[in-house]
Design a protein. Structure first.
Lengths: 306, 751, 244
């Protein structure tokens, strides 16, 4: 059943499919199974087993590209000029990014819809200190510690630059520089995630605001946040929390997936796998990474500043 | 004397000595330390190591009152009798240990036979009390008397010899209810209806496997391992293939498999509705809710879409003159996420109940506690997997169709089935991610406590409806457009003339695709949404009838002046035109808001969508199976069986679903497990017709299997079709074309 | 056979008779929908049958000039005038149907203000029952006893202000319903009349009925939005009674 393209049969798709199912079954049973339907913790093992299977499938998948040194013979002949201006894989990546645009549009529009329905908290208003609904955004919670969001933005933007530099280095047959720039990208991405996780932890535990607060007053200038957040700001605290954590979390998950892909790229770059003749994978990754960066450029002002 | 030998001997002697000692200790002092207490509670009196198991002939009796009142103190008696050590004069020894889950045990004042060790809550015997077989003590009832209290009593029947050899013990657990306690009767967990069906199928599958393997072993005289190896050799290529033809066949077979399962669920619905039924008479009302939910989800996501993707997988590369899709491995992944995702969705049946939220999963019912857990969670998770599958497929097909067309295949020379798939994947790309995100939000609400659909936190329950239908409406066009494509192919070929108005057919499909994003509000007319929004949606929904009408008229005009051959594919195509037209007409009826208000969420809607989905998509693709089966297998299907299949399907489909219009006009709501008795006659008629419709599909299955072995040889182009798949062999060679073809144009061809 | 009768003669929801006078007779939306559905359906089927009769291939028939050939994109075939006709005509038809839907639509959605109605009923939908509450300043007529209990002598008692799964309203009145949900989505559906409105938690939705357009008597209220286990049993009775 092998055809002459070099796309031979592979068990990786089957393995990935089964592992995803196992992962989900483990997750659901661990969080909602058991006698009392509130979770049977024994199933976490199954969840991780499924994740491991998915990772194995991914590794088997990229196995093909590990030893590849040239794009020749890979590219399918194009008979209609216009569509041949970019490679198949690049075209595929652009279309994939289109679907990702839909993903983040949905998250952002749900957030804006909820936010627009209710007035924002304003200290001059009599509302919000009682039962009238108002929106106390995550931005108010973070404002006193905005520096971390700024560092994160800077890190991500810089990492987009380093990945471009890595591509240039590859095209110029400079394997050491390629590896270094890819590692820099990884480090910057990791900084982003670590800072974000730390930020989340602090927000969740209410550590971003001062201890000396009048519980009835909402004094944001002195880092005293709304009574509704007195036990912390987490995804089940309020709609502000849910929208914040899910949207930034989805973005963070995309960064994380990017880091996993980067591990592969760095490993291959390290064995001088990228050069003038073979560097398209870095470019494809770069497109994805730029997109993740672009989403952050929207998420940051919408959630951290607004 | 060898020192080494001596020391080894010494060591051995010590080891033997240690093992010869009884490893347990009889405890004439009673159970007074933590270790032993834990051991007794866990394993019984196993310290008396002759018998690590309880001995049933030893009778431990604990005398309790009939029930208890709060705060009262009662006198209890624990008595051991029977067993090998029982002697008439009662001079034997014994020990006991008793616990109570609530209230307080205490020895009687001045009693020297019973003790309550300091720091413990149980009672046991003292050294003096070691010589008895009966002990008396007290128990004070807890504050609340509407609970039950569990007593566990252990009795050890001692033989009087030293040590713990020859002792026999037993234990007794008794529940004592307070005066006001509600006595729970534990009923045997009976299997639910759906569980019984699944287990029945599993047993049948296992039996069949055993029979098949056994048969092979006998007829081919092979060992068990060899039979398995042989099957593995033929299965493994299917597990690892990335060839679009094989992936396509797997999609089609899996799709029809789930169609069969969804059909059984549909028949369960119809059996339930055969007459008005009370809760639990056939299905419980909760099970019924799961049944129609799973029926809808299965049919749309696990039957219709896979069948469509299957045909697309097989035919698109052939029709555009390519060897495979742009990303063959990704294609295989798209396929494998389907059966595995389906299994995840169905896991609910094994964990207390499948999702029961309707295929539309409206919040806040679906995001709250009253929907089945974890069945609904599985329903959400599995669909996330299917959403990923469809997204990857869409990317694959878009890139393939734009980039990999053969020479001569310009965009306006694509076969209409290819065009329908191209537009369909555009719709998929823009709508599935939205649904997948909505599912993730729902999962987050259910599993992680977020508040996206939580009404108390201020969320808008209608948000889900917007997100769902923004996807849901393009979704139904995703399943009908390829059916249009199939109809165009079949009607053209069997009229033996070109399609009438190729260009307008393309523009009509594109228009339908674009409009589909704006009309989704017509599912939400009664929600109390903005009046202007509802009006725009009414107008655009009515407008979508225009391009659809153009297509129907073009098909009919293709036939006019043609030379019509009435083989099975054509018969199905024409039947589809009739039933789809009826479905389309009822769609226009529903588009008018004043009329929709009375009909929304009723059986008129059920009739409408079954006419377009079964009468449109399913019939068209059955025609597609008859049409392309020769290409895929090299064999012709049996004509007579095909016509019989059509006749029965068409007649009984209409018999089952047409009366639903009337039932809906009479006011029967959908998703009802029972109904007003005045509608019983019609419902019974519908149910019977539906069952016959279901059974007639077996003719189709038989035809497919029979023709694979015994069908006539087909040849390259048995129907005289024009598109490129008919220029290659039947079935196509491994790489689909021996050389990439060039599509010629008729105007340039010399006749 | 009663089944055939059921298929041919059936009752439409009564509000369709004329939508309060905004859409009646053969020119009204209901009749127009029916007429055009039949015309289009018959047209399509008749044309299909006509094709099958007059254009069947018989053995030995020669192929048309533009017959199909494998690997060859077929000749263009069409007729612009005809295609334009069957684009514009349906366009006019559906626009017409939309336009005549507007008046009945406004009739249904123009819920009168509370001070314009004769009676405003508070409807509360909860899993799985209907709770109706009369306004505090409304005197329940003494002959309204359908939803009341029965006293020791077996006589029907007057309805209370709050009733469960039963509602009695006066004939010849404008009634407004303020509908709320306690928990999940439901839908308030008066079956024989054809009034339907979703019940949304956190949102008050409205419906109204002019009882002079219907006959006094017994009607059914069903829940028409999936709401859980006993969705099919969330039923209530509606009585429209002449008030003296």
């Amino acid at each position: 059943m092998s055809d002459e393209h070099g796309h031979h049969g592979t068990i990786a798709p089957f393995l990935f499919g089964i592992s995803s199912a196992v992962m989900f079954i483990g997750l659901i049973m661990a969080t909602a199974g058991g006698e009392d339907k509130t979770g049977d913790t024994g199933y976490w093992f199954i969840f991780f087993f499924g994740l491991a299977g998915m990772l194995t499938g991914f590794m088997m998948w990229v196995q093909d590209y590990w030893n590849q040194t040239s794009e020749e013979g890979e590219e399918i002949e194009v008979y209609h000029e216009f569509w041949g201006t970019i490679t198949t894989r690049k075209f595929g990546m652009w279309i994939f990014l289109l679907t990702e645009v839909m993903v983040f549009s949905t998250l952002l529009s749900a957030y804006l819809r909820y936010r627009a329905a209710v007035p924002d908290y304003d200290s001059s208003l009599a509302e919000c200190v009682g039962i009238d609904p108002c929106w106390v955004p995550a931005a108010d919670v973070i404002r006193s510690h905005l520096i971390f969001g700024v560092i994160n933005t800077f890190a991500l933007l810089l990492s987009s630059l380093t990945v471009v530099l890595a591509l240039y280095a590859a095209k110029n047959n400079n394997p050491k520089a390629t590896t270094r720039y890819l590692m820099a990208t990884f480090v910057l991405g990791a900084i982003f995630l670590i800072l974000k996780l730390w930020e989340w932890g602090e927000m969740k535990n209410g550590h971003f605001w001062s201890d000396h607060c009048d519980p009835l007053k909402q004094d944001i200038a002195h880092h005293c946040i709304a009574p509704k957040y007195e036990h912390g700001f987490w995804l089940d605290t309020s709609l502000e929390g849910s929208t914040f954590y899910i949207t930034t979390g989805t973005h963070g998950a995309h960064v994380f997936v990017g880091l996993i892909a980067l591990v592969y790229l760095i490993a291959k770059a390290n064995k001088d796998g990228y050069n003038e003749e073979y560097h398209d994978t870095i470019e494809l990754f770069g497109l994805y990474w730029h997109y993740v960066d672009l989403v952050w450029v929207f998420v940051f002002p919408f959630f951290y500043l607004y | 004397m060898n020192l080494r030998k001596l020391s080894i001997g010494f060591l051995l002697a010590i080891l033997v000595a240690i093992s010869a000692f009884p490893t347990g200790n009889g405890l004439p002092t009673g159970i007074t330390d933590q270790n032993t207490t834990d051991t007794v509670i866990a394993n019984g009196c196993t310290c008396h190591n002759t018998n690590t198991e309880a001995t049933s002939s030893v009778i431990v009796n604990l005398t309790l009152p009939e029930n208890f009142t709060s705060g009262e103190t009662y006198t209890l008696i624990l008595n051991i009798s029977g067993g090998p050590n029982d002697l008439a004069d009662g001079g034997n020894r014994g020990g006991f240990f008793v616990t109570a889950s609530d209230g307080e045990l205490s020895p009687t004042v001045n009693d020297t036979l019973v003790q309550k060790p300091f720091g413990f809550t149980h009672l046991t015997h003292t050294v003096d009390g070691n010589d008895y077989r009966e002990w008396t003590f007290e128990w004070t009832a807890p504050e609340s008397d509407d609970i039950s209290v569990q007593f566990v009593a252990y009795g050890n029947s001692v033989n009087g010899a030293d040590g713990s050899q020859g002792d026999y013990w037993n234990k007794q657990a008794i529940t004592l209810y307070g005066v006001n306690a509600v006595i729970e009767i534990k009923t045997q967990n009976e299997l639910s209806g759906p569980q019984k069906i699944i287990y029945a199928f599993a047993i049948i599958a296992v039996t069949l496997t055993v029979v098949v393997i056994g048969n092979r072993m006998v007829t081919k005289d092979q060992a068990f391992e060899d039979v398995l190896k042989g099957y593995w050799k033929s299965i493994y290529p299917w597990l690892t293939t990335t060839d679009h033809k094989y992936v396509g066949i797997m999609y089609i077979c899996t799709g029809f498999g789930w169609f069969f399962i969804g059909g059984i669920l549909g028949l369960l619905i119809r059996w339930q509705l055969m007459e008005p039924r009370i809760d639990g008479e056939f299905l419980t009302y909760e099970e019924y809710n799961s049944t129609f939910t799973m029926h809808g989800t299965t049919m749309i996501f696990m039957a219709a879409m896979p069948i469509i993707f299957g045909f697309a997988n097989y035919l698109i590369p052939l029709q555009i003159g390519a060897r495979d899709l742009a990303f063959p491995r990704l294609n295989a992944l798209s396929y494998w996420l389907l059966p595995t995702g389906g299994i995840v969705i169905y896991m609910g049946y094994f964990t207390g109940g499948a999702g029961d939220v309707g295929w539309t999963g409206y919040t806040p019912y679906s995001s709250g506690d009253t929907a089945t857990t974890p069945g609904t969670d599985f329903w959400v998770a599995g669909q996330i997997m299917l959403g990923a599958s469809s997204t990857l497929t869409a990317i694959n097909f878009l890139v393939t169709m734009l980039r990999m067309r053969a020479p001569g295949v310009t965009m306006m020379r694509l076969p209409l089935f290819s065009w329908s798939i191209l537009i369909t994947v555009f719709l998929l790309l823009l709508s599935i991610p939205v649904f997948t995100v909505a599912l993730i939000l729902l999962m987050a609400d259910r599993t992680f406590g977020t508040l996206y659909f939580n009404v108390e936190a201020g969320a808008d329950p209608i948000l889900w409806q917007h997100l769902f239908w923004y996807f849901g409406h393009p979704e139904v066009y995703i399943v009908i457009l390829p059916a249009f494509g199939v109809l165009s192919e079949i009607i053209t070929t069997f009229s033996r003339r070109p399609i009438f108005g190729y260009t307008s057919m393309v523009y009509a499909m594109a228009t339908i695709g674009i409009i589909s994003f704006i009309v989704y509000g017509h599912h939400m007319f009664t929600t109390g949404a903005d009046p202007l929004f509802r009006f725009i949606v009414m107008l655009t929904t009515m407008l979508v009838a225009v391009p659809t009408g153009i297509k129907i008229f073009n098909w009919l005009a293709t036939m006019t002046g043609g030379s019509i051959v009435l083989k099975t594919p054509m018969v199905f195509a024409l039947g589809t035109v009739i039933t789809f037209t009826i479905g389309g007409i009822t769609g226009i009826v529903l588009a008018s808001i004043p009329i929709d208000i009375a009909l929304h969420d009723g059986y008129f809607v059920v009739a409408h969508f079954h006419y377009v989905l079964v009468g449109g998509t399913i019939f068209a693709f059955m025609g597609g199976v008859y049409y392309w089966y020769p290409k895929m297998t090299g064999k012709m299907m049996n004509e007579k069986l095909g016509l019989l299949h059509f006749a029965l399907s068409f007649i009984f489909f209409n018999a089952a679903f047409y009366p639903m219009h009337n039932v809906g006009l009479s006011g029967m709501p959908r998703r009802y497990a029972t109904y007003d008795a005045s509608l019983a006659d019609m419902n019974e008629f519908i149910s019977i017709a539906a069952m016959i419709f279901g059974i007639s599909q077996l003719i189709f299955v038989y035809n497919v299997l029979y023709s694979y072995k015994n069908g006539e040889e087909a040849g390259d182009d048995p129907w005289d079709g024009w598109s490129l798949e008919w220029t290659t062999s039947s079935p196509p060679p491994h790489n689909s074309f021996t050389e990439i073809p060039t599509l010629k144009i008729a105007e340039e061809e010399k006749q | 056979m009663s089944l055939i009768e059921d298929l041919i003669f059936f009752d439409n929801p009564s509000i369709w008779n004329d939508f309060g006078g905004t859409s009646s007779g053969f020119g009204g939306i209901v009749w127009q929908m029916f007429i055009w559905s039949v015309i289009v359906g018959v047209l399509v089927i008749a044309w299909l049958v006509y094709n099958l009769i007059y254009f069947r291939r018989k053995d030995g028939d020669p192929d048309h000039k533009d017959a199909l050939k494998a690997g060859v994109f077929p000749h263009e075939r069409g007729n612009t005038v005809i295609e334009l006709t069957w684009t514009i005509a349906p366009l006019i038809l559906v626009t017409w149907l939309t336009i005549i839907s507007l008046a009945p639509l406004n009739y249904l959605w123009d819920v009168p203000e509370e001070n314009e109605t004769d009676l405003t009923v508070e409807v509360l939908a909860v899993q799985w029952q209907w709770i109706f509450e009369m306004p505090s300043n409304y005197t329940i007529p003494s002959e309204f006893t359908k939803c009341g209990g029965v006293d020791q002598d077996g006589n029907a008692m007057q309805n209370m202000a709050v009733t469960y799964n039963c509602l009695e309203i006066p004939h010849n009145s404008i009634i407004r319903f303020n509908i709320n949900s306690e928990d999940v989505l439901h839908a308030f559906y008066i079956v024989e009349i054809g009034i339907k409105q979703d019940v949304v938690p956190n949102l008050q939705t409205l419906a109204w009925l002019d009882t002079s357009t219907v006959n006094p008597g017994e009607y059914n209220i069903y829940c028409a939005e999936m709401c859980g286990r006993s969705h099919s049993q969330m039923l209530a009775k509606l009585y429209i009674t002449e008030a003296a």
